[in-house]
Design a protein around this ligand. Structure first.
Ligand code: MSP
Length: 562
């Protein structure tokens, strides 16, 4: 075995307090780590449970509703897998290096470190408030990440994929992306004509400098092969990636340090700083403990917005293949939220602040709306009116109302979960109602299929339609009349039982999307914590015994007023 040793350079940040810090200094036998670790594509690997990632968020601006959507999507899938008993690693975080952040920090009085601390904290606070259950929150300025990025660089270098060259072309600071001639057009910014990016309409600059290049063009065919496996979801984004591959050239992966000071230095060459996208993408490895051995690699699902498809579906697999690592199993690409059919932007002043909206609609109200209305492959248009209508008509009128109907003191006099036997069901329900009730057994599997194919909105549609049916069922049987006569109490029991079982099973399946409301609902029905897993949602025969309801009889969700 080769004992080729590479020294990880002392990493210093230029400027400010950070310049005195030496982050990492050690000798790592590159080939040894590569070939013996579980990261190696040829090594044996323990089966990971479930590893899901979100992109890491730029800290140049405060979080908006679109950012929250990305994270909620991951949160729901993560919670779904937990419900099914998987051991989930769910990572998110902030992307803190690069020209874009350097420039944003320069516009403030803060040192970039302070600036990043502040904005990163706003993302962390938002996710906490929104009840996002991430298991890791990574910042690219952390030592563990800098170590991982520099190691990753050395692996690419040791395998011959990096060479020195001259990059000449357009660069978009706002997208941190190199653009070809066809990616730019003439535009107007602040009344001045200039070149702008066709896609993001942001200004671009001309760049000409010596830096390190990555042999991206060598991976064209292999990326096509990877796409053939159906890794991109939804399928309609796959063709975009194939088009990106048509004129694939090598990629500049560093900038001169005098231009880009805020970043990770190239190992053994402090005159160059690592390209922010190479830096950022490695975060997905860092959270698994890279360069140490981890059974968590590769990710089962990586969620990304459509604007960062190129980085994740072209650069990222090429980097990983070059490093001899396994590729992600799924890239889940979603479209964007617009406001009045226009892209959110500070200059237009239409940025929707998710904290405000959670105050207005409640945390679960906002979570429900974004996931119920957000169709991943289509742009979603945000509006307050739409949000209020959706939350009131489904969570308040359908779910809340149904719970109220089976637990209110006027109908459920004893305040109990009403047990019920098959005989009673046959006695009081029509064959059609019986069939519908028994079909509840399959609801969990149908919903599972939707969650598994990332169609959270379809899972919610299905659940809400089951609840709709149950409301109509209650309407038909009129428990408020049954309660008035001693002779019809058996019938009443059946109606309450069917309603409660439906609510329990739907409540279990709704937990990933509206954890607070689902918890309150299940508490009211007195469903014990260990009876709330996916498997429990398949049961109709549980809870035959009558038992007391939970004490908290407060309203599930107040009607939202505009
Ligand atoms: N820092 C990069 C990602 C690096 S990942 C290795 C970045 N950051 S971002 O803050 O600009 O975007 C983060 C995510 O938010 C992306 O997936 C992006 O698509 C998503 N969204 C940004 N605006 C959005 C909407 N308006 N709607 C939905 N998602 C949006 O890109």
């Amino acid at each position: 075995m080769s004992l080729y040793l590479t020294r990880l350079s002392s990493l210093t940040f230029r400027g400010g307090v950070q310049s005195k810090l030496i982050y990492h200094q050690c000798w790592i036998p590159v080939t040894t780590i590569c070939c013996q670790s579980k990261f190696c594509s040829t090594g044996t690997k323990q089966k990971p449970d479930y590893y899901i990632t979100t992109p890491i968020f730029y800290v140049n601006a405060l979080p908006h509703i679109g950012h929250l959507y990305t994270v909620l999507f991951a949160d729901v899938l993560s919670r779904w897998h937990q419900l099914k008993g998987d051991n989930v690693l769910f990572s998110t975080g902030t992307d803190e290096h690069g020209l874009k952040i350097q420039q944003a920090a320069n516009k403030t009085d803060e040192h970039p470190t302070e600036f990043c601390n502040l904005v990163s904290q706003t993302f962390r606070d938002l996710f906490k408030e929104a009840n996002v259950n991430h298991t890791d929150f990574i910042r690219t300025t952390e030592k563990r990440h800098i170590t991982a990025v520099q190691h990753f660089w050395m692996v690419l270098e040791s395998k011959g994929y990096i060479y020195k060259g001259v990059y000449e072309g357009w660069y978009s600071v706002s997208d941190e992306a190199f653009l070809s001639d066809s990616d730019v057009k003439d535009g107007m910014i602040d009344g001045k004509t200039c070149k702008i990016s066709v896609e993001s309409e942001q200004p671009v600059i001309w760049m000409e400098e010596e830096n390190y290049m990555f042999r991206l063009s060598e991976f064209k065919d292999k990326i096509h092969d990877w796409l053939d496996t159906g890794v991109i979801h939804s399928k309609n984004f796959e063709q975009n990636v194939r088009t990106m591959l048509t004129n694939l050239t090598d990629l500049s992966i560093s900038r001169q340090s005098d231009r880009l000071t805020w970043g990770i230095p190239v190992p053994n060459d402090p005159t160059q700083t690592i390209y922010v996208w190479l830096d950022a993408l490695v975060n997905y490895l860092t959270v698994t403990g890279y360069p140490n051995v981890s059974s968590r690699w590769p990710p089962d699902c990586q969620i990304i917005g459509k604007d960062i498809l190129r980085f994740h579906a072209v650069y990222w697999p090429a980097f990983l293949m070059a490093a001899g690592l396994e590729l992600p199993k799924k890239l889940l690409c979603h479209s964007h939220w617009t406001v009045d059919d226009t892209k959110m932007s500070k200059s237009i002043g239409n940025v929707v602040n998710p904290m405000d909206k959670m105050n207005q609609f409640s945390v679960d109200g906002l979570r429900y709306f974004l996931l119920r209305v957000g169709v991943p492959h289509l742009d979603g248009n945000y509006s307050d009116i739409k949000a209020v209508e959706c939350i009131n008509s489904e969570l308040v009128n359908v779910l809340g109302n149904l719970l109220n109907r089976c637990t209110s003191l006027t109908i459920n006099l004893q305040q109990v979960w009403t047990g019920c036997y098959v005989d009673d069901i046959e006695k009081f329900l029509s064959p059609a109602d019986q069939n519908k009730f028994h079909s509840l057994k399959h609801l969990a599997d149908v919903v599972d299929r939707f969650y598994t194919e990332f169609s959270v909105y379809k899972a919610l549609q299905k659940l809400i339609s089951q609840l709709h049916w149950t409301n109509a069922f209650v309407e038909h049987h009129k428990p408020w009349q049954l309660v008035k006569s001693e002779q019809s109490l058996g019938h009443l029991n059946v109606v309450l039982h069917v309603t409660m079982v439906t609510l329990r099973n739907c409540g279990i399946l709704l937990q990933p999307v509206i954890p607070n409301i689902a918890n309150k609902l299940l508490n009211r029905l007195n469903v014990s914590d260990d009876c709330r897993t996916f498997e429990h949602a398949k049961e109709l025969s549980l809870d035959k015994k009558t038992r007391q309801l939970g004490k908290d009889n407060s309203i599930l969700l107040k009607r939202i007023k505009m």
